[in-house]
Write a new protein. Sequence first.
Length: 245
Amino acid sequence: MSDDSKVSCAAHGEAYTTYVCEHLVNNPVQRWHSAAPSEDNRWPDAWCSKCNVEFLKQGEWNERNEKGLVPKILCHICYESAQVRSLNRLSGAAAQTWDEFVDNSSAVLQKKQALLEETFQLGSHKRWDWDQDKAQLVFSNDGVAALLCDIAFVGSVSTKSNTWLWSWANFSLSAAVRASMGKVREFGEERDFPKLIIPKWPAEEVDGWEMSSAAVEVLGARGVYRTPSQNGFTFLAILNVRRAQ
Ligand SMILES: [Zn+2]
Ligand SMILES: [Zn+2]
């Protein structure tokens, strides 16, 4: 469903219309299945694992299986807050698998960061600039470029709203800097890791590092560069580095 249809929500007033299966409305603390959000469909139709069995039989919703789906309308703000409730749904072995993944990725990132700094001394340059269309981060001194990095934007932590926002759901960024990030979300779908799938959620700076370590792992990146922004931090995955001369 496209973003332009509106609904009047008792709690939030006029907002965008979204559709989710009745089971997710009744109990949002379970797995959400949906397409990835896109610029013109930021709150894609979502359904539970039980409905997903029917979806997978056809590979789409069509006249053969859609009778089983009872979609409910939610306003986009209700959709987002219901989806966020599914963030901590993992328990037991599944929760442990996620924790181990984060611990391992964070340990690997720490080593990569040390190696990157040792080899290229990112911190020693006077300034940095990014070029979103070229997906490039340039370190320079007195107008002379020193290092050129190919980058992907991972996401950002807002210290104002205390949230994490994945770059793949941040459509104010150029397509070039978020193009490869779809792989990170797909990996989250495959492994059933909710924090890699939900676009925006309550977070602190440490979450930015953890999600960046996950992205570095999936993308095989060389490290992370964190830049300050007006309301927090933007995390960039460094895919490649080379000296400018
Ligand atoms: Zn369902
Ligand atoms: Zn609402």
